[in-house]
Design a protein around this ligand. Structure first.
Ligand SMILES: [Zn+2]
Length: 202
């Protein structure tokens, strides 16, 4: 009955939420069918070990990693010094002082410099979530439910009487936009192109 558990989903469903619940479920089913097909199709066209998104980032970071001086401390730890960083890359723990390695679980430019020095594959340090194989999650198919007359509903489900949810219905419509949490600021941005104002939470 609520979608605010995932704000990105909430954003996509913000118009569909106006629909009666059966229509909303129908809409979500259609969306899932589309997403599953698109992702499955994208996987079959992939020629790289990681997803396009991850490969692009790795490529960009690899280019930036070429100018680093790497000072090995031991087999896994490497000291890096440049204008912005005086830190340590630990390939064993998959950590770096810059914290990018921990944050998106792809080697940061410093970790890539260390991999290059060690002559080891950076792919060993990428999260399995970025691997093409993980996208096999979308190998399944989401089918249309078909006309109601053809549904094969088990007796124990048919006999269930569904009642409206308990609790008092608020007199006004629930707000579509999220209220900022405590400590969050709303930043208004002017768009020169559309002359509109949009806001972001920071
Ligand atoms: Zn780093």
């Amino acid at each position: 009955m609520t979608t605010n558990i995932a704000e990105c989903l909430n954003e996509i469903l913000k118009d569909a939420r106006e629909l009666p619940v059966t229509k909303l479920v129908k809409h979500i089913r259609g969306l899932l069918q589309k997403w599953f097909w698109e992702r499955h199709e994208a996987t079959t066209k992939m020629s790289t070990p990681l997803t396009k998104w991850a490969e692009k980032r790795l490529h960009r970071r690899t280019n930036k990693s070429r100018c680093y001086c790497v000072h090995p401390v031991n087999l896994y730890k490497h000291h890096m010094v440049d204008r912005y960083l005086n830190g340590l890359v630990n390939l064993s723990d998959k950590t770096c002082t810059c914290r990018k390695f921990q944050l998106d679980q792809l080697p940061c430019r410093h970790a890539l410099a260390a991999c290059n020095l060690r002559r080891i594959s950076c792919y060993d340090y990428c999260s399995p979530y970025y691997y093409k194989e993980t996208l096999a999650t979308y190998a399944g198919s989401i089918y249309p439910v078909g006309p109601m007359q053809e549904w094969d509903v088990p007796d124990d489900i048919q006999s269930v009487i569904v009642l409206p949810p308990k609790g008092r219905k608020p007199s006004r419509r629930p707000p579509k936009k999220r209220r900022p949490s405590e400590g969050e600021e709303i930043v208004y941005q002017k768009c020169g192109r559309y002359r509109g104002v949009r806001h972001q939470f920071h």
